[in-house]
Design a protein around this ligand. Structure first.
Ligand code: KG4
Ligand code: ZN
Length: 354
């Protein structure tokens, strides 16, 4: 089964074609980074305008790269939950039009499910349920227990800034560019991670919530103090110390929750999962406890259409297709503590409130 997946949740216009949930035939991403860079962050109205300009071209490119035409598609999947409202609308409108014109099933997806399934796609034997998934990106930081297809239990999330957001804000304060994650990571490689003793927020708390805005403020205070005193500071040391603090918190809490929940497999997902220090430190800490870690290939970490197509293939069999009336929802928690999923009933139609 060939599924066309579309994701326009934030600032990447993306479409991909995936066969049977595992074989990525194409994955085309048009990044808007350059457009937003001069603002130091994403401007929602501009993001929506750019999606509108790009969406048809990107879908055509995804089909072209896969060597197929519209008529080869068996279903179309799209992120309709969690993201910038107007950006979501662009992808969802395109997906509905295609589903209607081709008379193929439409599959509405939660964007975060794409991130989770970027670990599962083609690897379900290696990564059986249940497992722990640390999803870290620009818009979200959360710990999910994944119990089965479409069955998530939210164990903790950030109370304020997401980890990627903290990277982006620090980079903006230092006028380094956008997105901040890759730039800060590169600078951090040549810095001393212990030059500044930044706080590790909530690292010792018994719960599994995160908070990164205090860490960001601590970094900004150091920058402001240096500016006031007319002193120069090492951007490399600052980035390395900030990254060490953020990675320490993510790794410590993830390992602790894995042990508490008795989960021996830990998957990383989202844009921040590209971070080599996070991957390495998590793997080392996990291995020391006899746990295994998993991470998607880099092109499935950042927002992309292929992960939506892949996830949709697995979930279509559990939840069935969505009606053409599906709506978009900017804020939709994923997991048992938030959103309640309907019990699985094959192709039984789908609640528009989902
Ligand atoms: O998954 P994604 O493309 O979008 C969201 O769903 O939010 O993630 C983008 C985020 C940005 O905040 C970016 O700075 C961060 O991922 N990021 C990184 C790295 N690459 C991207 N953060 C740390 N290290 C990286 N190498
Ligand atoms: Zn994302």
């Amino acid at each position: 089964m060939l599924i066309l997946g579309i994701d326009t949740t934030c600032d990447d216009t993306s479409a991909g074609v995936v066969k049977n949930g595992s074989h990525v035939w194409s994955n085309v991403i048009a990044s808007q980074h350059k457009v937003h860079a001069r603002f130091g962050g994403i401007v929602p109205m501009i993001a929506a305008r750019e999606h509108t300009r790009q969406i048809n071209l990107i879908i055509a490119a995804a089909l072209d790269e896969a060597g197929i035409t519209f008529h080869d598609i068996d279903a179309v999947a799209v992120s309709n939950h969690q993201g910038l409202l107007l950006s979501l609308v662009v992808g969802v409108s395109a997906a509905k039009s295609i589903a209607l014109a081709l008379d193929v099933p439409l599959i509405g997806m939660h964007h975060l499910e794409g991130h989770v399934y970027s670990n599962i796609m083609g690897r379900e034997n290696e990564l059986p349920f249940p497992f722990l998934c640390l999803t870290v990106a620009g818009g979200h930081t959360l710990l999910l227990r994944v119990d089965g297809h479409g069955r998530y239990h939210l164990l903790g999330h950030t109370r304020d800034d997401a980890a990627g957001e903290a990277y982006d804000k620090i980079a903006r304060r230092l006028s380094l560019g956008y997105p901040g994650g890759p730039i800060v990571e590169k600078l951090a490689r040549n810095g001393n991670p212990f030059a500044y003793d930044f706080p590790r927020p909530m690292i010792d708390k018994a719960h599994f919530e995160f908070s990164f805005s205090g860490l960001k403020t601590a970094v900004v205070r150091v920058i402001e103090a240096a500016e006031k005193a007319g002193e120069s500071l090492s951007t490399e040391d600052l980035c390395a110390s900030f990254q060490q603090a953020i990675v320490d918190v993510l790794v410590t809490k993830t390992i602790r929750v894995a042990e508490k929940e008795g989960l021996s497999r830990i998957a990383l997902a989202g844009g921040v999962a590209m971070n080599r220090q996070l991957r390495r430190d998590l793997q080392q800490a996990a291995n020391a406890k006899g746990l295994r870690t998993f991470a998607p290939p880099p092109d499935l970490c950042i927002d992309n259409g292929a992960m939506i197509a892949g996830a949709a293939w697995y979930l279509l069999h559990h939840r069935g297709p969505s009606p053409l009336t599906i709506d978009v929802l900017a804020n939709a928690p994923l997991g048992e503590l938030g959103l309640k999923y309907r019990p699985a009933s094959k192709y039984a139609g789908y609640d528009t409130a989902r």
